[in-house]
Ligand binder design. Structure first.
Ligand SMILES: [Zn+2]
Length: 179
């Protein structure tokens, strides 16, 4: 792990602190259970099955694996992914009863990659939360896309964008909003 990534990670975890626990409270009443995620990266062909939370803390090695897995596949750049985004996915999997891994279309995007995408598409924001490790584009093989969207909206944990033409839902840990 590079030092900048570790520093950014510490900022995340520090900022989460008590707030992170409070965020976890609604679905972690009683003993906190370990949280696991399975993801397939459609661009790299890589798969990841990881326990990223052990019941009391986020596991640094697992978070590092997630960072690498969700790297900017165009440039290879790695950045820290917001652990709250993993919690959001974890809850989405539970809410939809999915038995499949998340298919990942896009995770972290470097500023250069985001700028290049913007030149090709009007649908890419200049301040995309993908550049801050707070957004991911996904679908689930065993859940209709509109159902996945509705489940994400029902959680009320951040932004939800619906892209049926491209067959994915964007979720992020920014303000609660929909498009
Ligand atoms: Zn997105």
């Amino acid at each position: 792990m590079s030092l900048p990534t570790d520093l950014a990670r510490r900022r995340w975890l520090k900022r989460m602190g008590a707030a992170g626990l409070a965020l976890g409270a609604p679905w972690a009443m009683g003993a906190a259970r370990p949280r696991r995620l399975r993801m397939d990266n459609l661009h790299t062909g890589e798969t990841l099955a990881v326990e990223y939370f052990d019941g009391s803390r986020y596991e640094p090695d697992a978070l590092a694996d997630v960072d690498r897995f969700l790297r900017d596949f165009r440039s290879g750049e790695i950045a820290p992914i917001d652990p709250r985004l993993l919690d959001l996915l974890h809850r989405l999997a539970a809410t939809t009863d999915s038995r499949q891994p998340f298919a990942v279309i896009s995770g972290y995007r470097s500023p250069a990659t985001n700028a290049a995408l913007r030149r090709r598409s009007s649908g890419v924001a200049s301040t995309s939360l993908h550049m801050r490790g707070q957004a991911i584009d996904i679908r689930l093989a065993d859940v209709p896309l509109a159902t996945l969207r509705d489940a994400a909206r029902s959680l009320g944990l951040g932004g939800v964008g619906y892209y049926p033409a491209s067959d994915f839902v964007h979720v992020d840990t920014g303000r609660v909003r929909t498009w």
